[in-house]
Ligand binder design. Sequence first.
Ligand SMILES: C[S@@+](CC[C@H](N)C(=O)[O-])C[C@H]1O[C@@H](n2cnc3c(N)ncnc32)[C@H](O)[C@@H]1O
Length: 103
Amino acid sequence: MPGARPAGPKRPPGQATFVNKDFWKPDLSLYNNVTAFLAPGVMEDLREKLLKELADDGCVIACRFPFPNWPHRSSVGSGLDETFSYDMGTVRSHLRNVPDTPV
Ligand SMILES: C[S@@+](CC[C@H](N)C(=O)[O-])C[C@H]1O[C@@H](n2cnc3c(N)ncnc32)[C@H](O)[C@@H]1O
């Protein structure tokens, strides 16, 4: 995972800790911010892992490849340089209104 901050009390700017790990191995509930620059084919699987493990106040940044069917809070850039941000609580609220979608 290109970047993630361990969950816990809010830290002042400049004191974030970044870890770089294989996305599939760690329990992502230990983190509250996750940044991914991966490939289109893995975004669906990663989407399910994030839904299972990340807290509602978690934030996800996806570079270039958005998560299918997730509403993003904002995006910057365009084309290959577009980056999307997601609030997990907003994503779950949205999915609860989509029939036959496990949240
Ligand atoms: C589109 S490239 C991004 C390259 C680079 N990370 C960057 O920021 O410019 C996708 C990257 O995802 C990495 N990757 C593939 N599977 C991964 C996984 N399970 N966990 C973390 N990174 C992975 C690959 O090593 C590859 O470098």
